[in-house]
Design a protein around this ligand. Structure first.
Ligand code: OOB
Length: 539
């Protein structure tokens, strides 16, 4: 596929030889498990219980319906659904067709969706009618008006003028074979650049990471996995997440939202054994647990997406009564887990070790030279499920990957003597807002589009709850009579008006006469961060 960087032939041959790449597609995986466990429950969504046989059959029928509508193999299809059963039916239908779901998050708005449509040339967009008080059909109208490639909007629920997903189920058809070495889906990068980056993952590489993750985490047919985070994110989708549950015949329970009031009753009712959270939510659960009946069935809580403090990590077992597993992963590939049976020290103090013996991990200095053992440096990685390039981003790829194919993660880490990774910080220009990643440059570009803004810098500020929040420092084009609070509100409205997802809107806006510069004349974010860390400093 144009815009996809394959692994070098020798590496690919080696990954096949070692049995990592099995030549099985995600669609074939589900069919295989459905043959083995037809009557077992694959999915629980509200009152609906879907058996493996039913899920498998619905995916076949929808694949045929998508094909009849004109969706072809290799077509890109933006999927933006909340945690509902149709997310899985639609994704497996697309996998079987060889079409490529682009895994949008429910929080994305026209800036993001419009960009995905434009970059991928997506021909279809799958949404729910409404969710979380938002009407996605309005968003679809907006995006479709600007994206000529987008021929079909497919809606779960009330379709209005669009195509109802329900109307697309037809008799299963014989579909062309899908090659497992081809791109299966596109994940989204947290990014650090002006525009989001798309991550093409093949059936071979993704399924390898899923199957190995399930094995490492002890998933089996008795596993009941609560999907509390948005299902399209790489963590709840593949680490081992929902796909890891399906590949062993377990049961997925879908939560509409991750709040304890929603999740705790689901855990008790459906005897959930494992779930995954970002640290901010884990803190919320730890706080709510003492007021709730024990979550007796819960055996493991996975926490990842951002740094979990050792203090919070220590509380998981006493307060939630289950084992903690730290997960340090990225949509680009590499995922690390602490292991069942690891000493408490490792589980509390580290972010785990890689999935594969063939995950190559290097810790380097600014010149790409290996740092002495145990010292902190930049994490580079290469392996059987880590991409070799972002989709259609040749120029960026030259910077984001080394000449020999290592991905520059932008994370600063050190390795323990056991080979476990400790995440110490970050060199990429990103804010990790409770696991939601914000590329500073993307928000700055939107701010700069405002006529009153001469320069803008977005930096992270520490937050007890989310770990980090975002603060925008603004240098105005001309002195303004408008009070700062009103100006700040105007800038936020401006960003909303440009269709930016709400989590990217700065939590705080500060006006400065001039942004501090480094010796080289670049904005010194270091100085701004220091300023924010000073307790005396206030708005
Ligand atoms: C996961 O994926 P992304 O793509 O949203 O974000 C990746 C970045 C990492 O490069 C790192 O900066 C940060 O998120 N991160 C962590 C972390 N897990 C991710 N930082 C510190 N401690 C951790 N445990 O976030 C993701 C993908 C798969 C599994 C888990 C998380």
């Amino acid at each position: 596929m144009e815009g996809f960087t394959p692994w070098p032939a020798e590496a690919a041959a080696r990954y096949r030889e070692l049995g990592y790449w099995r030549g099985e597609t995600l669609g074939a995986m589900l069919a295989r498990v459905a043959r083995q466990f037809p009557g077992r429950t694959a999915l629980i969504c509200g009152k609906r219980h879907l058996s493996y046989h039913y899920l498998d059959e619905r995916a076949d029928r929808l694949a045929a319906g998508f094909a009849r509508l004109g969706i072809a193999p290799q077509d890109r299809v933006i999927v933006q659904l909340p945690n509902i059963a149709e997310y899985f039916i639609a994704c497996f239908a697309l996998f079987r067709l060889g079409a490529i779901p682009v895994m949008a998050l429910p929080a994305h708005r026209s800036a993001e969706i419009g960009f995905f449509a434009e970059t991928t040339g997506a021909t279809a967009y799958v949404i729910a009618d409404r969710h979380g008080g938002f009407d996605y059909r309005t968003l679809a109208r907006d995006v479709q008006a600007r994206s000529p490639s987008l021929q079909h909007v497919i809606v779960v629920g009330d379709a209005a003028e669009f195509t109802g997903l329900d109307t697309l189920y037809v008799e299963p058809a014989t579909l062309a074979n899908v090659d497992a070495s081809q791109v299966a889906l596109m994940q989204l990068s947290g990014g650090s650049t002006g525009t989001p980056k798309l991550i093409p993952r093949t059936h071979d590489d993704y399924l390898y990471s899923v199957i190995e993750s399930a094995r490492i985490c002890g998933f089996d047919a008795e596993t009941v996995y609560l999907a509390a985070l948005p299902v399209s994110h790489n963590f709840p989708l593949s680490s081992p997440g929902t796909l890891g549950t399906l590949c062993v015949g377990g049961t997925i329970v879908l939560a509409r939202d991750p709040a304890p009031e929603t999740a705790f009753p689901l855990i008790t009712t459906h005897q959930v054994t494992v779930t995954a959270l970002v640290p901010a939510l884990a803190l919320l659960w730890l706080q709510a647990a003492p007021q709730h009946a024990p979550l007796a069935s819960l055996r493991m809580l996975q926490v990842g997406g951002a740094r979990l403090s050792a203090e919070a990590a220590r509380k998981v077992k006493p307060l939630l009564g289950c084992q903690l597993q730290q997960v340090f992963g990225m949509a680009e590939g590499l995922v690390n887990y602490t292991r069942n049976g690891d000493p408490d020290d490792l589980v509390i103090q580290t972010q785990g070790c890689p999935i594969s013996p063939d995950d190559e991990v290097r810790v380097v200095d600014d010149n790409d030279a290996d740092v002495p053992a145990g010292e902190t440096g930049h994490l580079l990685t290469r392996g059987p499920y880590t991409i070799r390039g972002y989709y259609k981003a040749a120029e960026h790829n030259a910077r984001a990957f080394t000449a020999d194919g290592f991905y520059r993660t932008g994370d600063r880490v050190r390795l323990t003597p056991e080979g476990y990774i400790v995440v110490e910080g970050r060199s990429k220009d990103q804010i990790n807002r409770g696991g939601e990643k914000i590329a500073a440059e993307e928000v700055e570009n939107h701010l700069l589009a405002h006529p009153q803004v001469r320069n803008a810098a977005l930096v992270a500020m520490p937050d007890d709850w989310l770990g980090e929040k975002s603060c925008a420092f603004i240098e105005l084009a001309a002195p303004s009579e408008t009070p700062a609070l009103r100006l700040a509100l105007q800038l936020k409205t401006h960003l909303q008006g440009r269709g930016l997802a709400a989590y990217k809107i700065p939590d705080r806006i500060e006006f400065v006469d001039a942004l501090p510069l480094t010796a080289l004349g670049k904005v010194s974010k270091e100085t701004l961060r220091r300023q924010l860390a000073q307790p005396a400093h206030s708005v």
